[in-house]
Design a protein around this ligand. Structure first.
Ligand code: SF4
Length: 223
């Protein structure tokens, strides 16, 4: 889909329930500082080359009540929440409630979206209170679809150079230039059973090489 074709976030869904694809209590690879990351299930944008196509379908994911999700995020004790996916604005009503609960404690909210700022503005102008609500509870917005032909090898957290950082409040200290001066990070977690989970950003070739080597080490680790 091209950037020029206007898209409108999906509507519907339970306004009190978030479809969660993945919950990570603590990470330093999904935004500034130590944050809790929630990947949501479902995305209508379908960027070619997306790293999370398994999060496109609105089937699957774990339904979590907004209040329960807020409690889990606060229990994690981090400085803020990062919403990514999947597409947060395709379930904006429930996520605005979650974000409001998190922000009420003084924490910050960073939201990734495949919609452009123009598309979100058009949705708000068209009366979409759900979109306006999630924007109102977002401190740092990262907007725009992933473009596989415009890989970003400089800024952290984003995949392509067209994606735009927008500070919507001053709750997260620093300018966009200062925030995006951090290096990209990749976090790899190996559980006791040898299961490997990855988050953060790396180009596929580098990730494949890392996981191949890591798999060898896990297979040969002394018990
Ligand atoms: S908006 Fe995000 S989750 Fe959706 S297709 Fe694009 S990169 Fe993938």
């Amino acid at each position: 889909m091209s950037d020029s074709a206007p898209r409108m976030p999906a509507t519907g869904g339970d306004p009190d329930v978030v479809s969660v694809a993945r919950f990570l209590a603590s990470t330093r690879a999904e935004g500034p500082g130590e944050r809790t990351a929630v990947w949501v299930q479902g995305c209508t944008i379908h960027c070619p080359g997306c790293f999370n196509p398994h999060m496109w379908s609105f089937r699957g994911g774990a339904p979590v009540g907004a209040a329960d999700l807020v409690a889990r995020i606060l229990d994690a004790g981090t400085s803020g929440l990062t919403l990514l996916g999947g597409e947060p604005f395709d379930q904006a009503t429930a996520l605005a409630r979650v974000a409001a609960g998190v922000r009420a404690t003084g924490r910050s909210v960073m939201t990734f979206t495949g919609y452009t700022t123009d598309e979100l503005r058009q949705a708000v102008d068209a009366g979409r209170a759900d979109v306006a609500g999630l924007l109102a509870e977002t401190d740092l917005l990262v907007a725009g679809p992933f473009r596989a032909d415009q890989l970003d090898r400089v800024r952290p957290w984003v995949g392509s150079t067209n994606q735009e950082f927008v500070l919507l409040t001053d709750r997260i200290a620093g300018s966009v230039a200062e925030l995006t001066g951090d290096p990209d990070r990749l976090e790899v977690t190996v559980d006791a059973a040898g299961g490997i989970a990855v988050n953060g950003w790396a180009e596929l070739d580098a990730l494949d090489a890392l996981l191949d080597g890591l798999g060898e080490r896990v297979r040969h680790a002394p018990s």
